[in-house]
Design a protein around this ligand. Structure first.
Ligand code: SAH
Length: 538
């Protein structure tokens, strides 16, 4: 009681110097109470009785007066009809506005109550202290406050329970508020990141959790079409096949883990190449097809298929000798599947004694080496089609659209004739050594220009090597000079073309980082001469 400063918390029974009965005889409590009464005297408000013109010094005094003079216990009415805050407020205003008799109140049916209309939410008296009182508190302090002894103890208990309940509700509200705040933070982050690219923020995406994004990612691999496209990509699939079939000594009697097996093609190559056991893992529904495929090819004794995220499942073996995976995304790192392969590497790849970290020959991840390369593009026609187009659209200027178009990196097949520089490798990744943090990087580059023309963009691509411990090394490139693959190339268009001279070095800096909001997408920033542009790959 001594700490109670809010009139609603105190049941409105303030400045009760005329109410010695409130004491339960406890000296300490009495002291507290006296102090409390002193504090409250200053801001006490008189209360007009509900049934006569008398002014009372407090809400409790008013209730007492109603009981003594008008023979109605309002707390009983509140309890009988289980009135909540609104019901109580409406009752007070109903009584004041209708001047109803006390007998009509005691004889009320359970329902409907005469004050059900919203009209009674409007206060009849201005600053009516009765309306500032919590009915729950009144119920905890009614009769019990007016007498002493065990009833007063019950009232205190009820009050404590009510306070506990309020605390619980507040905690829940706080938890909800914290959750909302977290979502808002995500929204703000998303807006800031998108602002960098000039793309509008997607409000709907805010609520999307990482898990939902992963679900969408894996469900895209559940459909046959994406696997058909990959299997029909001969450069890709035959490279994996050739590497395994031409290097059987690498696979002989080895335990192989296939991270993201899809239809099971790589697992079957490995089995045919002589692996003792292949464990094939995939989270997407395609693995059910892989199960049939493996059986149809009588490889079920060699290949064990497990559905699940490699990060979540437990393998039936402690360690494996080799990890194979086709994890590459556009511009190599889009999709971030390499993260999962590195997770498997750190968990399951056996140490061959010399240790893969120290450059031991086996065991290994295949493919083991990857290069990311850039070259300058001089495709004025295409630039005009994509960017210049917005300058005059049916004679209207829509140039502002360029700010939305340019930041989206384009995945398309580039005509090698449009290259105007020699290529430059900007990053080499050794899958056996690289750590997660190195998958985001900054790299200076220099492109040796071969034609005097206008540079309209930069093209990015990657090369893949099956190298370590192989007597017959295999590689493939996704560059514009080679047979096209389903990865095509990634084009970063400049907003305005850059004049370049044959023989000059066009130097710049590239920054590759994950989109924190959607770690499967990438932000790529180019600093080229005095220009800076961030692109998103999603
Ligand atoms: N190896 C197959 C499929 C490659 S596509 C082939 O070469 O044809 C990549 C596959 O990896 C998809 O089927 C995808 O569902 C799966 N994948 C990606 N991340 C994974 C993870 N963390 N755990 C399990 N499977 C994953």
């Amino acid at each position: 009681m001594a700490e109670c400063k809010d009139p609603r918390e105190c049941g409105g029974d303030r400045a009760v110097d005329d109410m010695p009965e409130l004491s339960d005889g406890d000296d300490d409590e009495m002291d507290d109470e006296e102090q409390w009464m002193e504090e409250d005297e200053e801001d006490s408000q008189s209360v007009t009785c509900l049934f006569c013109d008398r002014l009372l010094s407090s809400v409790t005094a008013t209730l007492q007066h109603c009981t003594a003079e008008h023979h109605i216990n309002l707390v009983d009415v509140i309890r009988k009809h289980s009135l909540d805050d609104y019901g109580y407020i409406k009752m007070i205003n109903f009584i004041r506005s209708t001047n109803c008799s006390t007998s009509s109140l005691t004889a009320l049916p359970d329902a409907p109550l005469p004050w059900e209309s919203e009209v009674f939410l409007r206060p009849v008296l201005q600053d009516d202290p009765l309306l500032q009182t919590d009915p729950e508190e009144l119920c905890g302090s009614d009769g019990s406050c007016l007498s002493s002894g065990p009833e007063s103890h019950d009232a205190l208990q009820r009050r404590a329970q009510a306070a506990e309940e309020r605390a619980r509700c507040s905690e829940e509200a706080l938890a909800r508020a914290m959750d909302d705040l977290h979502k808002l933070k995500l929204l703000a982050q998303g807006l800031v990141l998108n602002a960098e690219t000039g793309k509008p923020g997607k409000l709907g995406a805010v609520a999307e959790l990482r898990e939902d994004e992963d679900e969408a990612y894996f469900s895209s691999y559940g459909h046959y079409s994406i696997h058909e496209e990959m299997l029909k990509d001969k450069v890709r699939t035959e490279s994996y096949r050739d590497f395994m079939y031409r290097n059987p000594e690498v696979f002989k009697d080895k335990v192989v883990l296939d991270v993201g097996c899809g239809t099971g093609i790589l697992s079957m190559f490995a089995a045919r190449a002589g692996a003792k056991k292949v464990i094939a893992v995939d989270q997407s529904e395609i693995i059910y097809q892989a199960m049939d495929i493996v059986r149809s090819n009588q490889l079920e004794d060699k290949i064990t298929l497990i559905k699940g995220r490699i990060e979540d499942i437990k393998l039936p073996v402690e360690k494996v000798d080799i990890i194979i995976s086709e994890w590459m995304g556009y511009f190599l790192l889009f999709e971030s599947m390499l993260d999962s392969v590195l997770h498997a590497r750190d968990l399951y790849l056996a140490d061959d004694g010399s240790g893969w970290i120290l450059g031991g020959t086996l065991p290994v991840i295949y493919p083991d080496l990857c290069n990311v390369s850039l070259a300058a593009l001089g495709d004025v026609q295409k630039h005009q089609d994509r960017i210049g187009f917005w300058d005059d659209v049916y004679s209207f200027n829509m140039a502002c659209m360029k700010k939305a178009v340019v930041p989206e990196a384009v995945v398309e097949v580039v005509n090698a004739d449009m290259l105007i520089s020699e290529p430059a490798v900007i990053q080499t990744i050794d899958c056996n050594r690289v750590c997660l943090s190195e998958l985001e990087f900054v790299s200076d580059f220099s492109l040796k220009i071969t034609n005097t023309t206008e540079c309209t963009g930069i093209v990015g691509y990657f090369d893949i090597f099956f190298d370590k411990g192989c007597s017959n090394k295999v590689m493939f490139s996704t560059g514009p000079q080679f047979t096209k693959t389903h990865w095509k190339q990634t084009v970063f268009l400049l907003e305005t073309p850059l004049p370049v001279q044959a023989g000059e070095e066009l130097s710049g800096k590239i920054t590759v980082r994950k989109n924190k909001k959607d770690p499967r997408s990438l932000f790529v920033t180019f600093d080229l001469r005095d220009r800076k542009q961030t692109y998103i790959l999603q």
